[in-house]
Design a protein around this ligand. Structure first.
Ligand code: A3P
Length: 331
């Protein structure tokens, strides 16, 4: 990796510097996590972040989809892609029928870490660019947050479902030679905040507060609300992103078409999402079977997995951390 000067924000850590001075925590996969400015990142995630802070030049029209892992990122990518590009693609031969949502809306920091920012201009993505990130709001470069014309859509989800979803997801990806990773261990780490891009609550609160301050710039969505009222959610997305649905489009059922195209059952059963593989970054070996992005897609699977004691402890942390913020979760 090329050396580069640290930005003022990057606390003197550059992409080339090692992270040995930072506190470490147990990793969910084989690697450990490092704590950087209050958030837990994988060593690779930290390098990606440094690259993002030092090199990314947003365009005023960029749309960023921000989330914590397992909060509904894949679904949001599909919904935003379908909404913004609805006049470009017919529903019978739509790109989402043959392309995984992650390939329609790349992870910004992962691609930049490949040392080829020009990729973002080469991938044929028309304006606006749809880019996603798990980076906490406080760690995003000023170029993204101070520039008022870029928009963010943030999705969050009940942390109990996030924990369960993440544990299943990473158990699938965990190298077979490693010992099993019991849910109890994942639970303990999650409660301590030691989880990729966590603590969960700090990540959510960062975007929540920013959305209150800049409501025209950050749309804050809840997975559970989208499940309950997907039509309302899609219309809000269109309105917020500057692509409002016309009355004629509503009469023609365009909102319904987007909801149906992007619904869990439809996406999960597509050939591309049953059999193909997603590469998280262009050259890396980090590959994930697309099917792992589609597990159950329901609200409240935690009831099948967590003990009463776990539920009580996690709900207690959530109430304690979010009590003053006005954010609510389903129980
Ligand atoms: P479960 O593991 O609870 O099923 P992410 O995309 O951020 O990695 O989140 C993955 C979670 O979103 C998984 O949750 C997955 O099943 C669910 N999901 C994926 N696509 C979805 C869709 N179209 N509608 C609803 N949920 C979806």
């Amino acid at each position: 990796m090329a050396a580069f000067a640290p930005s003022p924000q990057s606390n003197n850590i550059s992409g080339e510097q090692n992270d040995s001075n930072l506190p470490t925590g147990r990793g969910w996969m084989s690697e450990h996590l490092v704590q950087y400015q209050g958030f837990w990142l994988s060593p690779k995630g930290l390098k990606n972040l440094m690259w993002l802070q030092d090199h990314f030049n947003p365009r005023p029209t960029d749309i960023f989809l921000a989330s914590l892992p397992k909060t509904g990122t894949t679904w949001l990518k599909a919904l935003v892609f379908a909404t913004v590009n609805r006049t470009r693609h017919g529903f019978s031969d739509h790109p989402l029928l043959t392309t995984n949502p992650h390939d329609c809306c790349p992870f910004l920091d992962a691609y930049l870490h490949e040392n080829d920012p020009s990729f973002l201009d080469q991938n044929g993505s028309p304006t606006p660019r749809l880019l996603s990130t798990h980076v906490p709001y406080a760690l995003l470069p000023d170029s993204m947050t101070v520039n008022r014309s870029c928009r963010f859509v943030y999705i969050y989800r009940d942390p109990k479902d996030v924990l369960v979803s993440k544990w299943h997801f990473l158990s699938n990806l965990r190298p077979k030679e490693l010992p099993p990773f019991p849910l109890e261990e994942a639970f303990e780490l999650f409660c301590q905040g030691i989880s990729h891009y966590g603590p969960y609550w700090d990540h959510v609160l960062g975007f929540w507060k920013a959305s209150l301050e800049f409501p025209e710039k950050i749309l804050f969505l809840k997975y559970e609300d989208l499940k309950e009222e997907p039509f309302v959610g899609v219309k809000r997305l269109g309105e917020f992103l500057g692509y409002p649905f016309s009355l004629q489009e509503e009469r023609d059922g365009v909102v319904e078409d987007i909801v149906k195209l992007c619904c869990f059952e439809n996406l999960r059963n597509l050939e591309v999402n049953r059999t193909s593989v997603h590469k998280f970054s262009r050259d890396s070996m980090c590959m994930v079977d697309n099917r792992h992005f589609f597990r159950k897609g329901i609200v409240g699977d935690w009831k099948n997995c967590l003990t009463a004691e776990m539920i009580k402890r996690l709900d207690g942390i959530t109430s304690h951390k979010l009590i003053a913020s006005g954010l609510l979760f389903h129980n």
